[in-house]
Design a protein around this ligand. Structure first.
Ligand code: GLN
Length: 310
């Protein structure tokens, strides 16, 4: 039996150890509303399967979850479509940047995985089928509120608008997917839902709580609600491990050894299966578009807890 680690002192230690690194990396500036965020923020929150919560730093400040939303829309899409989803999106790491278009041409409009932009657009398209954009956005926001157990979780309209005005690469990806017949809904609606899901604004505490079902075979351990099946949870975690950090997924697995998903807002959600969900946030990004200090903090956390799956 594992010893129960003293999480309060561990998050405090991680937070202190990050002090000298704060401000490293570059804030995402291709979305103007994100470029204004102070890069020196750092927050961490851990929620365990047995209900303990430990948080430090800016754990209660909201940030834009961006691509971390892809994990949650994937959960919804798998529940809606089951294994049919895999006819439209692959399950291999891309080895490319998150918004790359090159593979789509060679691979005939089937994105490598659901955690890169092209794959996430297909996932969003499946959620849109049978409803309109506003209903789909509301469904996603409602899912996040339920998972976070917090009605205050909301979408930052300014961030969504800012991305809509500058999202030319995503518009290209969506048009390209449509050209291959792998996007069915109206392109503007798919993009609108996608930009809104990315603009979900959450704190580390809310995000770790929302991801907790992934650490517990698909059941929220605190309210005993089944969110998805154990099999799908295993697959989602496998995809987070292999694809959650784009072309730096191997490095993240090597350094941290937990399923994780990053976003260009500087957040990372990591899952310690059977134990806990962890959210970190620090806006400065490395060259691959993942939080520089966030990954460093998770590396430190894993060395203190021994929670790597390897
Ligand atoms: N909304 C961002 C985009 O599509 C999400 C990318 C990310 O977080 N890596 O460009």
């Amino acid at each position: 039996m594992d010893q129960v680690p003293d999480l309060a002192s561990i998050v405090t230690t991680v937070c202190q150890d990050m002090e000298t690194h704060l401000g490293r990396g570059r804030v995402a500036d291709y979305i103007p509303a994100l470029a204004r965020v102070d890069p020196r923020h750092f927050g961490i929150a851990i929620v365990t399967c047995d209900g303990r919560i430990a948080a430090a730093g800016d754990a209660d400040l909201t940030f834009s979850i961006q691509s971390i939303s892809k994990v949650f829309t994937l959960t919804l899409a798998l529940d809606k479509l089951g294994a049919d989803l895999w006819d439209r999106v692959g399950r291999e790491p891309s080895g490319s940047r998150f918004n790359s278009i090159v593979q789509l041409e060679q691979e005939k409009g089937i994105p490598r995985n659901p955690l890169i932009n092209a794959g996430a657009l297909v996932v969003t398209d499946t959620l849109l089928e049978g409803g309109d954009a506003s209903e789909t956005i509301a469904k996603i926001a409602d899912f996040m509120q339920r998972l976070a157990d917090d009605d205050s979780v909301s979408i930052d309209a300014e961030v969504a608008q800012s991305e809509a005005e500058t999202g030319f690469r995503n518009a290209s990806l969506a048009n390209f997917l449509r050209g291959f017949g792998n996007l069915k809904g109206p392109i503007d609606d798919v993009l609108r839902v996608y930009f809104n899901q990315c603009a979900l604004s959450m704190t580390c505490r809310q995000l770790a709580r929302a991801g907790l079902f992934l650490a517990n075979n698909g059941v929220d351990p605190l309210n005993h609600t089944r969110v998805t099946t154990a099999g799908r949870t295993r697959r989602i975690n496998a995809l987070m491990m292999t694809c959650g950090h784009y072309d730096a997924s191997g490095d993240f697995a090597f350094r941290v050894g937990l399923p994780g998903k990053s976003g260009v807002g500087g957040g990372i959600l990591a899952i310690a299966p059977g134990r806990a969900a962890i959210a970190v946030w620090s806006p400065g990004l490395n060259a691959a578009g993942n939080s520089y200090v966030g990954a460093l903090a998770l590396e430190r956390l894993v060395s203190l807890t021994g929670w790597s799956v390897f």
